[in-house]
Design a protein around this ligand. Sequence first.
Ligand code: ZN
Length: 261
Amino acid sequence: MSIRAVVWGENVHEQTNQIVSDLYPTGIHGAIAQTLNAAGGITASTATLQEPDHGLTVDRLAETDVLLWWGHAAHGDVSDEVSQRVVEAVWSGMGFIALHSTHFAKPFKQLMGSACNLTWREAGERERLWVTSRNHPIAAGLPDHFSLEHEEMYGEPFGVPEPLETVFISWFQGGEVFRSGLTYKRGAGNVFYFRPGHETYPTYHDANIQTVLTNAVRWAHNPIARVLGVTDTPNVPVTQALEPISERGPRLHEDGEEGFK
Ligand code: ZN
């Protein structure tokens, strides 16, 4: 059975900027979905900010193995409810791939629990990505390093927690470096942050970038059934303890009570 991927696009600059719409006539999300669908073993569809529930209903997320997210100008327009829904889907086992300026997207910031800030410059610099984790499945089929002739610069320090693995680091013409491919586990979900992808450059048409995205979807897919009730916090009364115990001391809660959240 193929991996079910959803490519979420903010879809703002594609509508308002001629350069972006010329580069990505079907949207950044459309271009990425096309790449994934051509790869084999992946069935990719798209969702956008403008759809009801941003295209990410509870039912849709339940049928999504890996969610890719590209956002930039409209992070604040993403509803808190949908963001929380995405985070809980990740905790329950959905893969999540955060692309480029998604470092400031609501669900990514919540998953990281940190500022996610960085330095940046929009000057069309050459970016050279180095593979720093040999034989990592996300780097399969790539050379030791590859370049993008024009990219926005993101520089360290990147305000994210120490990752499980650093798969790529980037060097920029201006001298900065950046940890540009990072893996995390959040609950049962695999998370990958991948830096390149500024909307005024043809980054998602680059063959190496397309290889990374395809590999990342396969890596992030967790084939095990989702964790149900991932935020449940059940009270276990004394009478249901595995070993016999007797109650001691004063108490605040009644048996079986929901408790505070
Ligand atoms: Zn950018």
